[in-house]
Design a protein around this ligand. Structure first.
Ligand SMILES: Nc1nc2c(c(=O)[nH]1)N[C@H]1C(S)=C(S)[C@@H](COP(=O)(O)O)O[C@H]1N2
Ligand SMILES: [Mo]
Length: 237
């Protein structure tokens, strides 16, 4: 690695450490990390939660779920914008994104329609590493993730900063297929999968919670699989 890249990586690591110190307690307080009895079955996973969350069934297949529009975004046109409540807004092109520290991680994928696909190996950039570059302001609490298809979904910062949340471009040894959100999608292994925007185009830092597409259409804003937290408590109002 060149000295420049080395230096850049060191700065990201240091900024991430500071960010994590600030958010550590709030991350530990999230469900199901803080629940005495997270709901589900099977041996504990690496977060101490039952491998299969309550109400889920294991599938080997990988269903495709989206609004029906599958945007085709060539890598040379692809950009990721990070803005809103941050000190240093940033727009990354493909080369800049791929030059960031890359993380490989194996995690489970839980869809609210009740299937879970286990042990998927992803490669991409940690959400937390991106935040270390832009420096969220002290008032930032949530993010709105936007997709190239117009999709939106909101995620609390203490969830998005968990180390298994990636912006992934590779899955199980292959380039992420377009139908699953390629070239880059977000994954949220400790939340239902709709919290992970496919074809992600923008991460907007928010100083108060706003609702995304499914969250405005009856689904839970918090989306915790080990609490069976699928639907909005405001439903029916
Ligand atoms: N941009 C975008 N991201 C999206 C969606 C979408 O419609 N558009 N659907 C969500 C839903 S509801 C789920 S369950 C997962 C499904 O991911 P998959 O199609 O790769 O299984 O993506 C989520 N991310
Ligand atoms: Mo979904």
């Amino acid at each position: 690695m060149s000295e420049d890249a080395d230096d850049k990586e060191r700065r990201i690591v240091e900024a991430r450490r500071k960010l994590m110190e600030r958010w550590e307690q709030r991350m530990r307080d999230t469900p199901a990390l803080s629940d005495a009895r997270p709901q589900g079955s099977g041996p504990p996973n690496r977060h101490g939660m039952p491998k299969l969350p309550v109400g889920q069934t294991v599938t080997k297949k990988w269903p495709v779920l989206d609004l029906g529009r599958k945007p085709i975004v060539p890598k040379d046109k692809w950009q990721l914008k990070i803005d809103g409540a941050v000190e240093q807004p940033l727009t990354l092109d493909w080369a800049a994104f791929m030059a960031l520290p890359q993380t490989t991680d194996t995690s489970d994928f839980h869809c609210v329609t009740s299937w879970s696909k286990m042990d998927m190996t992803w490669v991409g950039v940690r959400f937390a590493d991106l935040m270390a570059l832009v420096h969220p302001t002290p008032a930032a609490v949530h993010v709105m993730c936007h997709g190239y298809d117009g999709y939106t979904t909101n995620v609390a910062l203490e969830e998005a900063l968990k180390p298994d949340v990636l912006l992934a471009h590779t899955v199980d040894g292959h380039e992420l297929p377009i139908e699953h959100g390629g070239p880059v999608r977000m994954i949220t292994p400790q939340l239902y999968a709709w919290k992970g925007s496919k074809w992600i185009s923008r991460i907007e830092l928010l100083t108060r919670e706003k609702l995304g597409f499914w969250e405005m259409n009856g689904y839970s804003s918090t989306a915790h699989p080990w609490r069976d937290d699928r639907y909005s408590r405001l439903r029916g109002l």
